[in-house]
Every structure is written in structure tokens, then in C-alpha cells.
Design a binder for this molecule. Sequence first.
Ligand code: DC
Length: 238
Amino acid sequence: MPPPSLCGKGKTMSKNFAVAIDGPSGAGKSTIARTCAQTLGFLYVDTGAIYRTVGLAALRRGLDSHDKGAVLAILPELNIELSHAADGLQHMMLDGEDVTAEIRRPEVSLAASAVSAYPEVRAFLMELQRSLARTHTVIMDGRDIGTVVLPDAPLKIFLTASAEARAKRRWKELKEKGREQPFEEVLREMELRDKNDSERAAAPLKAAEDAVLLDTTALDFQQSCEAVMKLIRERWTP
Ligand code: DC
């Protein structure tokens, strides 16, 4: 089975510090993590994008993402690559095609949530995630980074916000991208994904015991970034 791979040049550091950021969808993990990573010169790793790429691959092959056997059967033929542009933006490649924009579609979100529940899919993507943290100073976000992928990360943050606040942010984001969707539908999908992600047997979404809990319901983007930067600066010595 060809392992998913990293291509392009990320910044390699001799002393690798890792920040694990977990939390439900729409909590602002990726934008906050990317901004902080850019400011500090860390490599930003969006692990949700990797699961989304597997979900997209299943959809493209016309599979029902809830058909575990069918999804597992395509893993050996998947060619998933991850690269970082100079501006720190993470790009996902599927079979040689840049699918960075396409994996944000709502149907891909649901497929990603379904395929990420399979332990075999998680195991398939584990080494890629760990190898990035071995070779780079990273801010990695996902659902199980502090609990499973990087249990020894020196800083773990569980970033959350109320479901309404998260759905509002996602609704606004979709609207700005010209993909308008009724708010109620966005909220329903958000709650469905929360349920899938936290009730699944394999690596369910939960805060690591030693994670710092950060609730951004009442914080704007700037304030959220400042809170994360403060935590990093308290624990990281350049
Ligand atoms: O963060 P996101 O919304 O892009 O993630 C897409 C899906 O992948 C989401 O339903 C949860 C899942 N996921 C996961 O199970 N583990 C991760 N480390 C990251 C994402």
C-alpha cells in the first residue's frame, strides 16, 4: 500500500516542538493554527484535510462512504500527497490533482466524517502525520492529535465554541465563497458531524487530560489567535 506522502519544502527545525490543537468542526482551529504557525515559522498541518481527501476519493469513485468494505478496498490505490506553498498554505493532492478547494464542499465534509470513523483509515494516515511532527516544528490540528497522534506534544489545546457560534462562522465562510446554504442546514450538518466525531469508537473527539481548554464562543479571531500565541510563548523557547 503506498503511504500518503509529503512533498514540497516545509521548514525543518533541529529542535522540534509540537502544538496539538483538537476540537469540533468550526471552532476556528485551522485559521487560528495557520495564522500562529505563519507568525512563528512553524509548519501548519491540517489533518482534517487529509481525511477529507480520502472522503473525496470515495465520492469520486461513486462509493457510499458508509460502506466500510468499499472504502477500505480503495486505500491501496490512493495517491495522496500533501505540500506547503510558500505562504504556509497546505495543499492536498489526490492522484496528482490539486483538490485543496474541492475538499471543502459540504458533501465531502460528511464523507470525511464517515471515513474517519474507520480505524483502518486512521491507521493508514497515522505515519504521515507523525513523520511530519518528527521532522518539523508543527502546529497540527485535528480531533485526536493530543490524544493519539502526538500524545507527547508539549502543548495541547482543546479549542471549542458553542454549536451555534461554530455554525454561524461556517455559514459566513461558505457565503463568502459564494456557496450559500441555509443556516439551519449548516447547523444541522455541524451537529451531525459533532455526533459522528465524538461518538465513534475509533479515536473519538475528546480533550486530552493535559490539554488546555480554550472556548472561543465569545472571542473574535484576533483574540483567539492571541490566546493561542500566549500559550505557545509560555511553553516554547525558540
Ligand atoms: O477538521 P475538518 O472538519 O476538516 O475534518 C474533517 C473530518 O475529518 C471531520 O469529520 C473529523 C475528521 N477528522 C478526524 O477524525 N481526525 C482528525 N485528526 C482530523 C479530522
